[in-house]
Design a protein around this ligand. Structure first.
Ligand SMILES: NC(=O)c1ccc[n+]([C@@H]2O[C@H](COP(=O)([O-])OP(=O)(O)OC[C@H]3O[C@@H](n4cnc5c(N)ncnc54)[C@H](O)[C@@H]3O)[C@@H](O)[C@H]2O)c1
Ligand SMILES: [Zn+2]
Ligand SMILES: [Zn+2]
Length: 360
C-alpha cells in the first residue's frame, strides 16, 4: 500500500515552498522506506528552490536526515526494520571506474531509489536523491547508513550532509594534518564543520572568515584560533599577517562565490591547497592570472560531500560525538516543524542560524 505523507515541495523557481501530501511507494527491490525523524535545512535546499541546481521542478526538498527503517524491499541486507539510520547521497555502485580503482568516494554512478515519489500523479525530484522533509521517504538501501541509536535524531541527521561536507573538506579533501594552518571562508554549518574537522585533524592555526560577527563568535566555539570580518578588513592581507606573511597551508571556501574563491586562492601559502566546498551557481565565473595558478604551485580541489564514504565515516563520527570529542549539538540552532521550512530559509539568509532542524 502506498503511503500518503506530508512533505515540503518546491513547485517553481524562486517561489516559497509549500507543504503537500505526497505519495510514497512501498519499497521495491533494494529500496528502503524510512520514517524520517529529523532533517536539517541546508543551503543546498535553498539552491534547489531558487533553480540554481537544475530545472527539474517540482522538488521534494530535504536531504540531511535521520530516521527509522520502516520497511525494506527484496534483497536488502544492510539494514532491517527498526534500525536507526542516517540517509546519505553517496550510495556507491562498486562498479564504475572510480569504484573499480579503489576510490569509491568519487563514485560516478551512485544509487537512488528506482521508484518515484509523486504529487498529484506528477513525479517529484528528491533533493540530492533523498527528499526527507517528509514524514516518510523512499531511498536506495545503500543510502541508509546504520548508526548507534544513542545519538539524538536531530544531531545525527546533520552528518548526512553539511557537517560531513565540512568535516570532510578539511580531513579528506584538504588532507589537513598536525601543525597545519587553515583558513575557512564562510562560517555557516559547512564552514564551522570544516573548522571542527581542522581541529580534530591537528591544525594549529585555524582562521575563520565571515562578514558576520555573530558567525565569527560561533566559529571560535568550534575551534577557530583567529577570526577575520572581511567586511571590515582585506581577508587576504589579514590571513597573511596571521601566518608570518606566508598564507595558510589549506584554504577552504565554504560559501560558493567567485569573490571568496579568489580570496581563498590568494590566502594560501606557496604549494598550499585550496578546497572549494561551497556550491556556485551555473552563471558564476572566475578570472585569475594563469601565471598565478602556475607560479603559486600547490593544489586546487573541489569537495563533493567531503569526499566521504558514508559506511566508513558516519558510524565513526557518531562515535566521536558520543565520546564527547565532536560537538554536534552546537550546530542545531533550533528545532522546527515541517511547516516552518520557508521561514527557516529566511532565518538562514538573515544569518540567524547554523542549522534549523525539522523534527517529525
Ligand atoms: N560540497 C558539498 O558537498 C556541499 C554540501 C552541503 C552544502 N554545500 C554548500 O556549502 C555552502 C555553505 O552552506 P551552509 O549551509 O553552511 O550555508 P550558510 O548560508 O549557513 O553559511 C554561509 C556563510 O557564509 C557567509 N558569507 C556569505 N557571503 C560571504 C562573503 N562574501 N564573505 C564571507 N562570508 C560570507 C555567511 O555569513 C554565512 O555565515 C553552500 O553553498 C552549500 O550549498 C556544499
Ligand atoms: Zn561507483
Ligand atoms: Zn546539504
Amino acid at each position: 500500500m502506498p503511503h500518503s505523507v506530508r512533505a515540503v515541495v518546491a513547485r517553481a523557481k524562486g517561489e516559497p515552498v509549500t507543504v503537500e501530501t505526497i505519495v510514497v511507494p512501498d519499497p521495491g527491490p533494494d529500496e528502503v522506506l524510512v520514517a524520517v525523524q529529523a532533517c536539517g535545512v541546508c543551503h543546498t535546499d535553498l539552491h534547489y528552490r531558487e533553480g540554481a541546481i537544475n530545472d527539474e521542478f517540482p522538488f521534494l526538498l530535504g536531504h540531511e536526515a535521520s530516521g527509522i527503517v520502516e520497511e525494506v524491499g527484496e534483497g536488502v541486507t544492510n539494514v532491517a526494520p527498526g534500525d536507526f539510520v542516517i540517509l546519505n547521497w553517496r550510495a556507491v555502485c562498486g562498479e564504475c571506474r572510480a569504484c573499480l580503482r579503489g576510490r569509491p568516494w568519487y563514485c560516478f554512478a551512485t544509487h537512488n531509489a528506482t521508484q518515484k515519489m509523486t504529487l498529484d500523479g506528477v513525479e517529484l525530484s528528491p533533493a540530492l536523491g533523498i527528499g526527507a522533509f517528509a514524514e516518510k521517504t523512499l531511498v536506495h538501501s545503500g543510502q541508509a547508513t546504520k548508526v548507534d541509536p544513542a545519538a539524538p535524531p536531530e544531531v545525527a541527521g546533520l552528518i548526512g550532509c553539511g557537517v560531513m561536507a565540512g568535516l570532510g573538506a578539511a580531513m579528506n579533501t584538504g588532507n589537513v594534518g598536525r601543525g597545519d594552518s587553515v583558513a575557512v571562508f564562510g562560517c555557516g554549518g559547512v564552514g564551522d564543520a570544516a573548522i571542527a574537522g581542522s581541529l580534530l585533524a591537528g591544525a594549529h592555526t585555524i582562521i575563520a572568515v565571515d562578514l558576520d560577527d555573530r558567525k565569527l563568535a560561533i566559529a571560535r566555539e568550534f575551534g577557530a584560533t583567529h577570526t577575520i570580518n572581511s567586511s571590515a578588513e582585506d581577508p587576504v592581507e589579514a590571513v597573511r599577517a596571521l601566518t608570518g606573511g606566508n598564507g595558510v597551508d589549506v584554504a577552504i571556501e565554504a560559501i560558493g562565490l567567485p569573490v571568496t574563491y579568489e580570496q581563498a586562492f590568494y590566502s594560501r601559502d606557496l604549494a598550499g591547497t585550496v578546497v572549494l566546498v561551497g556550491v556556485p551557481n551555473p552563471e558564476m565565473r572566475i578570472e585569475l592570472p594563469l601565471i598565478d595558478v602556475f607560479g603559486r604551485g600547490g593544489t586546487l580541489k573541489s569537495s563533493w560531500y567531503g569526499d566521504c564514504l558514508p559506511s566508513r565515516d558516519f558510524p565513526m563520527l557518531i562515535d566521536l560525538y558520543l565520546q564527547g570529542r565532536l560537538d554536534l549539538d552546537r550546530f542545531v540552532s533550533e528545532t522546527i516543524s515541517i511547516d516552518d521550512v520557508e521561514e527557516a530559509f529566511h532565518a538562514m539568509e538573515r544569518g540567524e542560524v547554523l542549522r534549523s532542524v525539522v523534527v517529525l
